[in-house]
Design a protein around this ligand. Structure first.
Ligand code: IPD
Ligand code: CA
Ligand code: CA
Length: 261
């Protein structure tokens, strides 16, 4: 087994075991705490998931750095860095709405090389390795062939601070909605991105994302033949703010509508 195959197997195994932790807590009911406001939550499941992932990575790869949403941010410069969302879709999860996942990505010197997003409710594991393609439970993924917005199903998301900032995505939502077959707000950015890679969605946009929301999904879309840029059509980078991710074919049309005002 090559080094990359080994690390992919390790990551998939961690994601699936984390999925069991999430399902266990999901069935038991939850202790919810609030972060920046009463709509920004953290549950005991986010924390249990994070603890398990971080301990497992530290044990197997002690030289790797880790950035994980809730409580872990290594500061030292490391060749390999993990970017982790221990539970993406926390608001859904806390309400028993069954759309959520765990998402893990590995960067080498800032370059994303591997991503795994696991949905334990559906037992779906999306993976991508740089230059080796994207897969769902082992089957190769390819973005959709929809070539016009009017034939497209797209997704988006809204920031937690939407009540207090002007840039809250509602104007964009209003402009896109009449032009497409539907706009979904699934509540898990990592799954939205995996679904674009899988051709279940034709496009997705959102602003105010954090690296753990997109680190795995961007690689999946690129490996499945899609396109990810910022709102100015520049290649997506670690510091980029407003994401537009599509099958490539509807990219310009979606950008055009998002940028109108
Ligand atoms: C959130 C979800 C949501 C997106 C938000 C994210 P969390 O992540 O991905 O879909 O719209 O921007 O913060 O808080 O559930 O990990
Ligand atoms: Ca998230
Ligand atoms: Ca999260």
């Amino acid at each position: 087994m090559s080094e990359v195959e080994k690390i992919l197997k390790f990551t998939v195994d961690v994601a699936i075991r984390t999925g069991h932790i999430l399902l266990n807590h999901f069935q038991r009911g939850l202790d919810v705490r609030y972060k920046s406001s009463e709509i920004d939550l953290v549950t005991e499941a986010d924390l249990a998931s994070e603890r398990f992932i971080v301990e497992t990575i530290r044990h197997h790869y002690p030289k790797h750095g880790i950035l994980s949403e809730e409580e872990v941010e290594d500061k030292e410069d490391r060749e390999f860095f993990w970017i982790i969302d221990p539970l993406d879709g926390t608001v859904n999860y806390a309400h028993g709405f069954p759309i959520f996942c765990v998402s893990l990505a590995l960067q080498q010197r800032g370059d994303p090389i591997l991503g795994v997003t696991h949905d334990p409710m559906r037992d779906e594991t999306f993976t991508a390795v740089k230059n080796l393609g994207a897969f769902l439970n082992g089957d190769a993924l390819k973005v959709s062939g929809a070539d016009r917005l009017v034939r497209s199903l797209v997704a988006t998301g809204f920031p937690y601070k939407r009540a207090t900032i002007e840039d809250n995505n509602l104007p964009e939502f209003n402009r896109v909605l009449p032009k497409v077959q539907g706009v979904r707000r699934g509540g898990s950015a990592a799954l939205d991105l995996a679904y674009v890679a899988a051709g279940r969605l034709d496009g997705y946009w959102e602003a105010h994302l954090s690296p753990w929301d997109w680190a795995a999904g961007v690689l999946m879309i690129q490996e499945a033949g899609g396109r990810v840029t910022d709102r100015r059509n520049q290649p997506w980078t670690f510091g980029s703010k407003k994401m537009v991710a599509t099958n490539g074919l509807i990219h310009e049309e979606l950008l055009h509508i998002l940028n109108e005002w």
